[in-house]
Design a protein around this ligand. Sequence first.
Ligand code: NDP
Ligand code: HSE
Length: 444
Amino acid sequence: MKPIQVGLLGIGTVGSGTFNVLERNQDEIRRRAGRGIEIAMVADLDTARARSVVGDKAKVVSDAREIIANPDIEVVVELIGGYGIAKALVLEAIAAGKHVVTANKALLAVHGTEIFKAAAENGVIVAYEAAVAGGIPIIKALREGLTANSIQWVAGIINGTTNFILSEMRDKGLDFDVVLKEAQALGYAEADPTFDIEGVDAAHKATLMSAIAFGIPVQFDKAYVEGITKLSSADIRYAEQLGYRIKLLGITKRTDKGIELRVHPSLVPAKRLIANVEGAMNAVVVYGDAVGATLYYGKGAGSEPTASAVIADLVDIVRLHDADPAHRVPPLAFQSSTLGAAGKELPVLPMSEVVTSYYVRIRVSDEAGVLAKITGLLAEAGISIDAVLQREADEVGGEGSTQTDLIILTHDTREGNMDDVLAQIQGLPTVLAPITRIRKEELN
Ligand code: NDP
Ligand code: HSE
């Protein structure tokens, strides 16, 4: 049978990996898929660079719409990125009856509802394994492998750039700004690393996992997003002394009141496997009611690791594109007819309703009664203390210092409750600087 004809839009980092891996492993991939997969056309703004990758094995064009207009092309792979031209091209490809593979988490997290609706109306597949945690098959695991479970929570290190920065801050005791420059020099962080360090990229991925874990619509606008830019090496050190590591986690959790969807730095017990995921690696823990906790670990970015996921989607399309759309794996794991109802039952909760525990660092005057006053306010709010660490004043502020850091770990409480009590503590005359508050996840 003639290989399925694929058109590639954008042949940069992931596109070139996809072309090269498909070339290198095409015999094995054909045996698995039952049919060959051929990238017949490639569109890129830089046609000379595209030709240097594909040689004479594919037709290179500068206008992506030439690919969409070609009736021989059955699958379009969008690897341009962003919300602009990528969104237009994906919707045009769907309207032209072509299946789509994309690694574009930003596009799907923000415009997923519109894109999946268009795909359903046109009877085509939109596949996106590479959009979450690069080469780790977490979409496959959530949608298929764990389909028997009522998923309780998902927590992941799903941004390699920030995990690299946090690992370096901990290993070398360096501050955020210094390590960010190092990450840029090494090519981990973009020249404009805003989406990574502000948590937006991780929130795009957490949003997609939340939808497929709980059968709710894709709702990036409801995600709570906090990055790592305000973390200090002192907090990383204190956390270590208390038996924790600080990681940027994407968390989505089922509760009685609704769904938590949040990205922020979190203290994680150092003994957890996920706390030991270092450098640019990714890891996701999924807790299902039947299976318990499962952990997925690997490269979340890079040319060939991400290509691995893109090609897995192409193989799925070869296997399933002839099937009645009703018999394919639903793009968001649940049959679309059930999504609206589930969305009504399970709202995404505002951050004030999230229940978690906390690390709090308070710079105080080193005088009698200060700790008692603070713990008294916490007790009045019904917040139970898990541990307290007080540093020597000399260690914190130098010899003869009259200031010290109080570090308090709490048990679970509602975030709104914590906000109220922290506002009261901040107002005490003995509290000398803005309070640092980092959430803590036991992940047990
Ligand atoms: P790159 O910037 O390396 O590649 C994008 C390519 O698209 C470039 O060659 C660019 O050309 C080309 N392009 C831009 N506009 C057009 C257009 N209108 N028509 C045709 N080609 C165009 O990006 P990546 O490969 O890194 O990322 C691609 C997607 O994969 C993104 O959505 C990204 O978020 C996602 N992703 C990336 C990962 C990674 O490790 N890099 C990991 C997981 C997901 P030019 O350079 O000339 O502008
Ligand atoms: N910027 C992302 C990261 C790339 O650092 O993980 C992969 O999505």
